[in-house]
Each structure stands twice: as C-alpha cells, then as structure tokens.
Design a protein around this ligand. Structure first.
Ligand code: BG6
Length: 491
C-alpha cells in the first residue's frame, strides 16, 4: 500500500458523509488501516471552515476500537487534523480546480492514490462527474500506486434505460476499472458470511435447492418513516430505494451457484447469472403500500403524506412485496418472497429458507403436522444465524416443539463487528471489487423491475394504505397466499 492517500468526498456536509463515511474512515484510522500520509478533503456547497467541518465531523466519530477515553480523544484529534474542507458548486469546474489546488498545497502534490467519493444526490451527479472530469483530476488510471478510484452510490438511474444512459455518460469521465458502484448491504458482516456459510460447510449446500427448500423469504423493514429524506425518497420510492438493490443483492447471494473461485470476477459472474435467471416481475406479483398514521396515538407517527416535504397527494410506495422466481435447475418452482417497507412493526433485515416437510412423520400420533425446518440469516439488528429444528421437550412424555440452534454474533464473536462502510472503503483502497456492483449486474437487476416500473409510477390510486407500526398492507398476506406461502412472525 502506498504511504499516501487523498480521499475527496463530494457531498461532505450531508448525512451519508457525516454519519457513515467519516466515522468509517476514523475506524480504519483507529485500526491503523489507512496509509500513514492520508488526507481527507470534504467538498460541498455549504460554506464551512476547516475548523467547522472538523467540529461537525467529530459529532459522529465513535470510540468503538479505542474504548479508553483519553487515547480515543487523542486519536480523534490526530484524525480531524487531517480533514480539510473546500466549498463550491458541484457542477463548477473552477470549484474543483480550487479543490485540486488545496490538495496540492496540503498533500504536497496531486500524485499518489486519490479516492473520490460521490456522496451526492442523483440530480447533481452527472454535472459533478463532468466538472471533475474537466479538471483532469480523474485522468490518472495507472496501475500500481498512482491510482484514482471513484465510488458512486445508488440510485443508478430510475430504470434500465436511464441507468444505461448514466453509465454511458459516466464512462466518458471514469473508466469501468476506476468505478466502484457501492451497495452498502454487501459490506454487512452477515452477508459477507453468506458465501462462507454456503460454500465452506458441507451441511448446507446439498439441501440448498428446490428438492429441499419450500420457499425463500427476504424481509427488510424499518420502524421509522422517511424522516428528513422525503425529497429524495418521494422521487424514488421503496422499489428503487431498497428492493432493486439491497434486496436483489441479498437474493443473488442466497441463490447463486458456487463461483469457480473466491475472486471478484468469479463471484460477480455468478451473481449476474442468477439475476438473469429471474424473469421480469409481473404486476400481479407486486403489492405496494404507503403508510398512514398510526392506528392509535398518531403523535410522532404521521401518515407518509403528512411528513414534512412529502406532497399531500403523493402516490409513492413506502412498502413493496413481490414474489420472484429463479428459473434454473436449482430453484425452479420455489417462490422467493421479497418485501421491504418503512414505518413497519420493527427493524429487521433477514433471509429465511423454509424447508419442505419431512416425507413421513413417524411422530404422527403425538405431533401431527410438524413445523418445517427453517434457516434464518439475520443481517440486522443483532446479527445471527439460526436453524429452527424440531426437538423433544425434556420430560417424561413425548412433546415435540420447534427450537433454534443459534449462532448469535454478539456472543459467538466478542470483537467489534465492523460497519459495512468500513469494510467497503478498505476494499476500495485495496482495489478489491468483489463487493461492488458490476455494470452487467446492475443492468440485470433493473431488468427484473423494468416492466412494472410504469405501473409503480403511474398508479391511478394510492398504494394500499397500512398503519404506521403495522406489518404492512393487507395485500401482503394475499400475495403470499396466492403463492402458497405462509407468513410467520419474523424471528
Ligand atoms: C439506504 C436507503 O440505501 O439504506 C435507506 O436509501 C435505508 O432508505 C438505508 O434507510 C438502510 O441502511 P442500513 O444500513 O441502516 O440498514
């Protein structure tokens, strides 16, 4: 690793930079994983001095890796001294030239590795990329230590066509090699463990197919509404915000075939292959919902349409459930129920594989209808892997009950569990693209949804309403029932 590194964050005064990126970089610094001569340059429209930028950044840094207060405070001071700020307009070449001057002054030169992070809203994305390109700051694409890499955040377009256009425009500025398309869910520990669980253990893979698995459910929910992000969210909605990316990545890792090697190209080849095996979602297999005020005590739990910044007649979906099929030898006939929603009855991201019934139940007399085995991979909160099996309850009679074999990360792994952004930023610095989205993978994920997006955008009525804090709209259970799925209470 080179001893130098300039990290340039466009959108540095925003939530993503302040709450995720700077804390993740501090965590890497605390673990001595950043090059000795690193510098961070924040760039955004808000006028801020270096000192003010540092004060803001300090609010979100945590001492997870250095619990001792004095040592942590000293480390924070050293880290913040390496953070600088330049204000300017995103589409302005001159503003980025000012930034380049600042980098030159402070870092000594413009040479050495440079990491650009575009933590900015989609509307200004292209202008910023073009302005950056015009400055020549991105030009270097040399192998070895003199690299320039650019990290971009979703949404990558609004559908397949606009995503392709965006990719073509960006290709004028950054090479594909330089581009790191991030989906931060891929940095989450449990998802990073999924390929290990599947392919480093003999017990799972033989059962991981249509012969033994009855259905797969991927559940993502948050117990809060849109909060301060109404402007962005109302323009995109939950299908584009979560389902097309985070859920499809979870699905791809669950359903993909074993890669020929544990290497970026091989892994991504298999993810593309499985995504392409999913036929376009049919409108009748999609349910959309929007949260209404909480049934009781609406205070603080308003309807989506009453949230600040949301138009009072908005038809944007805050909940979506879909049943997808993976048309290949492994999965044909197994429904994949995927759902995501805001303002639901809890916070959860989990994958459930429910197995088929035992072929013949010898306990029929005492326990007719044994509950099926279920493997639950809980991504968050309280990471873990659980296997629901049937057991004899200790006692003098024969009573059978489902119980969980459980691997709760918090107890099994006493160390700190890294945040997704720590892991992903470190990968960018190392040049490891395994956990980043390749262009063809992005296209394949859009292809699944393209046919339903016009209906998502132009529904004549509002999506089905559901109360804030509930499990979602009534259509959810009806969709599941149509596909022979029972929705159990989440683990
Ligand atoms: C983002 C979505 O990608 O992920 C948000 O835009 C969502 O709507 C967020 O809240 C959830 O991320 P995490 O890591 O908190 O689960």
């Amino acid at each position: 690793m080179s001893a130098q590194l300039a990290i340039i964050i466009a959108g540095a005064s925003g939530d993503l930079a302040q709450k995720k990126l700077l804390p993740a970089l501090f965590s890497l610094y605390a673990q001595q994983l950043l090059p000795a001569e690193f510098r961070i340059f924040g760039f955004a429209r808000t006028p801020l001095t270096d000192a003010a930028f540092r004060t803001r950044a300090a609010e979100h840094l945590t001492c997870r890796y250095t619990p001792e207060a004095q040592a942590c405070a000293a480390l924070m001071a050293q880290f913040l001294a390496r953070c600088h700020y330049v204000a300017g307009e995103y589409g302005s070449r001159d503003a980025f030239l000012d930034l380049a001057d600042r980098v030159r002054q402070i870092a000594g030169s413009l040479g050495g590795p440079r990491l650009f992070y575009l933590a900015i809203p989609p509307a200004i994305f292209l202008d910023t990329a073009r302005a950056l390109g015009d400055t020549g700051l991105i030009a270097c694409d040399a192998p070895g230590d003199d690299w320039t890499r650019v990290v971009i955040e979703k949404p990558f377009g609004r559908d397949r066509a606009s995503s392709d256009r965006l990719a073509a425009e960006l290709a004028r500025v950054f090479t594909d090699e330089q581009t790191y398309r991030i989906d931060h869910y891929l940095g989450k520990e449990v998802l990073q463990n999924l390929l290990v669980l599947r392919f480093a253990n003999q017990v799972f893979e033989p059962l991981w197919n249509r012969t033994y698995v009855r259905d797969v459910r991927i559940c993502w929910k948050e117990d809060l509404g849109v909060g301060a992000r109404a402007g962005y969210f109302d323009a995109y909605g939950i299908v584009r915000d979560v389902m097309q990316n985070h859920l499809m990545q979870m699905l791809a890792l669950t359903a993909m075939e074993p890669p020929v090697a544990f290497a970026a190209q091989a892994i991504r080849n298999e993810k593309v292959r499985v995504l392409r095996a999913i036929p376009p979602l049919r409108p009748e297999d999609l349910v959309l919902g929007q949260y209404a005020a909480a049934a009781r005590g609406a205070g603080g739990r308003p309807a989506y349409r009453a949230e600040p910044g949301v138009p009072p007649d908005s038809r944007t979906a805050t909940y979506a459930a879909a049943v997808l099929r993976v048309e290949n030898e492994r999965w044909r006939g197994v429904p994949f129920f995927v759902e995501c929603g805001k303002a639901l009855d809890g916070q959860l991201a989990a994958i459930h594989l429910r197995f088929r019934d035992v072929p013949s139940n010898i306990f029929d007399q005492t326990a007719p209808g044994l509950p099926p085995n279920e493997l639950i991979i809980r991504v968050q909160p309280d990471e873990g892997i659980f296997y629901r099996i049937v057991n004899k309850v200790p006692g003098l009679n024969l009573r059978l009950e489902p119980t969980e074999l459980n691997l709760r990360y918090r107890t099994a792994f006493p160390g700190v569990i890294p945040e997704a952004y720590e892991s992903l930023l470190l990968d960018v610095i190392k040049g490891d693209k395994s956990l980043f989205i390749r262009g063809d993978e992005l296209a394949a994920a859009w292809d699944i949804f393209d046919a339903v997006l016009p209906a998502v955008d132009a529904r004549p009525a509002v999506p089905e309403l559901y109360p804030y804090g509930s499990r979602g709209p009534a259509g959810r259970a009806q969709l599941a029932a149509r596909h022979g799925l029972e929705l159990e209470p989440p683990a």
